[in-house]
Design a binder for this molecule. Structure first.
Ligand code: SAH
Length: 337
């Protein structure tokens, strides 16, 4: 629950609003685990709350640490036996965590392991914050940056994701700055307008993967629903309202979307926009037969973009030895089962 919905609940139960603040602090600042243990609130309220509500918890099922760069990947077990992934990365500016927003995903991108089993269910806001809290407790650290780039499509779970922002950013809780949060989407246009309307200063990251509608639709079924023109219009609107630079993720697939004509079209598409392209060389998965371009080609693609005036970086790869990308580990564990 966000602090405001908790306050509403508490008031409805005939209690003073400040009790909500005490309860919220207990769970989000003091690592509290049980309603009955909140001894600064009256026992009657504790009992009442316990009869209506439960405290969400998830358990670390599996933990892998990369020998290469210290990246840590968790598999978390949810109370209904579903499994999700989260990844903690260490940077010079602190710890960043990539969390999942859904169990599985229904978007069907051809190269992505997260979607191969379809969507099982949305994660609640509690399950999103708890991925962070469990990792923090386990490692004895504080997470300062969050990316919604794990399994799932965040804008397909809009309400819970917005509640997650509210909770994780709360001054009564972890108070992680919204500017340190990135939401990655395959391009669900109505969700982008809803986010713009809220004017939440997160960083929006768009999975582009091709600047051509037909090719994009081959790789990403969502492109059949929302074409590039419509998507770009939504992004220009988002950018005008929030004044935030938009990131475009571009997974480079050998011989598919890594040619000069793509670079030229990307530059045309992003012309005049506050944008930045992040190149991700494909991490091949079994269900997708295409390959990964070699390093020289990735550098060449980057320099083509730069010559065309597009700011482009190559994503630093982390945890490549521990299946750290999108849904890979969960999928291998499900297969084993
Ligand atoms: N559903 C959201 C967020 C999840 S994926 C989205 O589509 O943006 C985060 C990023 O990783 C996306 O850009 C996705 O396209 C990319 N990705 C997924 N699987 C990949 C793979 N096997 N190789 C390279 N990039 C991948």
């Amino acid at each position: 629950m966000t602090h405001s919905s908790l306050k509403e609940t508490i008031t409805k139960l005939g209690e003073k609003g400040f009790r909500a603040e005490q309860i919220f602090r207990y769970f989000h600042q003091q690592d509290g685990q049980s309603i009955m243990d909140i001894d600064i609130i009256p026992i009657k309220l504790r009992e009442e709350l316990t009869s209506y509500y439960t405290v969400n918890s998830l358990r670390i099922l599996h933990k892998l640490k990369s020998e290469v760069d210290g990246t840590i990947k968790y598999l978390f077990l949810l109370p209904d036996d579903n499994i999700i992934e989260g990844v903690v990365m260490s940077y010079s500016h602190g710890y960043s965590m990539c969390i999942s927003t859904q169990v599985g995903c229904k978007m069907g991108c051809s190269f992505c392991a997260s979607t191969k089993e379809g969507l099982v269910r949305n994660l609640t806001a509690a399950e999103m914050v708890n991925q962070i809290y469990e990792a923090e407790k386990d490692l004895g650290i504080r997470i300062s940056n969050v990316v919604l780039m794990g399994s799932g499509e965040p804008l397909d779970n809009y309400e819970n994701v917005v509640d997650f922002f509210d909770i994780i950013n709360s001054k009564l809780g972890r108070n992680i700055s919204l500017r340190n949060i990135t939401l990655s989407t395959c391009g669900i246009v109505p969700g982008i307008y809803k986010l713009a309307k809220k004017n939440i200063p997160i960083t929006l990251s768009i999975s582009l993967h091709s600047p051509f509608d037909d090719k994009r639709a081959e790789i990403m079924p969502i492109a059949n629903k929302y074409g590039l023109e419509e998507l770009m219009e939504a992004l220009r609107h988002y950018s005008a309202i929030t004044n935030r630079r938009i990131t475009f993720e571009y997974t480079l697939i050998k011989g598919t979307n890594d040619g000069e004509k793509e670079a030229i079209e990307i530059a045309r598409l992003l012309n005049g926009m506050l944008a930045h392209v992040n190149l991700i060389p494909l991490n091949p998965i079994r269900e997708y037969n295409e390959g990964r371009p070699d390093k020289d080609h990735v550098l060449k693609f980057q320099s083509m973009l730069k010559k065309l005036g597009v700011i482009a970086t190559i994503r630093r790869e982390m945890g490549s030895d521990i299946s750290a990308s999108c849904g890979q580990l969960r999928r291998s564990v499900l297969e084993e089962k």
